[in-house]
Design a protein around this ligand. Structure first.
Ligand SMILES: [Zn+2]
Length: 301
């Protein structure tokens, strides 16, 4: 078994994590079960059956129709046969396009399986970072057929299955490679890792609190209130929950930023439990202390 996917999963974990999902040395792909659920209109979501993996792959958005299948994200390459099996229950058409929401391996590793027959679309930085990934000793080079062949800087519209899918870049949010995919006819949006539903957010390399807040505000200002929201991780969501996450992000970052301004140390803030009121957002992949540490580091950059 290749060990690289696990490295990508670990890239998600900024801190030393002790949750069970991260304690295994390698993922046992055979244990992971996938399921498809209808989201709205012609859009579906593929995610893990509860308890079978959690963070072993980002949620996939699926557009089906007469033109073919369009995927938003591709999980890990070893899961591709399971993804294809689930897709068979939704459509008899082949996968025509794969859109990557950002560079992280739990969303792009599957490109290697779909790339030879489908067209991969991503932000220019995603392609660039996949190209140079092989330079780091723990990462493996991405084969040419797994690279995006169409890239965008700001926005691109993909007209398929009667849907005008808007692929829009949001700078320095979860990373510096993020796009959000809007399905206006079906009233669905795929947020990528700019949104973890019900959980503290993760801000990776190239990301920022400011960019994350700006992205959530812009999306909430644009989409109708009854839009269904596919998160990068976590269960299918809605604009109400998205709004609650934005409020939590603003409040918690303001608390930590205020402490930094007053030169309060991270250890002191952890001891004082300054984010104690936000424990209900813990438990996804990170506890409240770990989130506080992440916030402190990101806001101190
Ligand atoms: Zn990510």
């Amino acid at each position: 078994m290749r060990n690289s996917p696990w490295v990508y999963v670990l890239a998600l974990a900024l801190l030393a994590l002790s949750t069970s999902a991260f304690s295994q040395e390698e993922e046992d792909w055979s244990k992971i079960q996938l399921k498809a659920s209808k989201v709205s209109g012609s859009v579906y979501m593929i995610d893990m059956v509860e308890g079978s993996g959690g963070f072993a792959g980002g949620n996939i958005g699926v557009s089906v129709g007469s033109d073919g299948v369009v995927l938003v994200d591709a999980m890990f390459e070893p899961l591709a046969p399971k993804i294809l099996a689930v897709l068979k229950t939704l459509s008899g058409k082949p996968v025509k396009f794969v859109i990557n929401t950002h560079v992280h391996g739990d969303h792009t590793d599957g490109n290697a399986a779909f790339g030879p027959t489908a067209t991969i679309i991503a932000h220019a930085n995603t392609r660039q970072q996949l190209l140079t990934r092989g330079q780091s000793p723990e990462d493996q080079p991405v084969p040419a057929h797994a690279l995006p062949v169409i890239t965008l800087n700001d926005e691109l519209v993909l007209h398929q299955n009667g849907e005008d899918m808007r692929i829009v870049h949001f700078p320095h949010a979860h990373s510096d490679t993020d796009v959000i995919v809007f399905f206006p006819q079906s009233k669905v949006v795929h947020m990528g890792d700019i949104y973890f539903s019900g959980m503290f957010p993760f801000i990776g390399r190239g990301g920022s609190v400011k960019g994350l807040v700006a992205a959530l505000e812009k999306v909430l200002g644009e989409i109708p209130a009854d839009t269904r929201v596919i998160p990068g991780h976590g269960p299918l969501s809605n604009t109400q929950e998205l709004r609650a996450t934005l409020a939590m992000l603003k409040e918690t970052s303001a608390i930590v930023e205020d402490g930094i301004k007053r030169k309060v140390s991270l250890q002191r803030m952890i001891k004082d439990k300054v984010l104690a009121g936000y424990d209900k957002w813990a438990g996804g992949y990170i506890n409240t202390d770990q989130y506080l540490e992440q916030m402190y580091k990101v806001l101190s950059r």
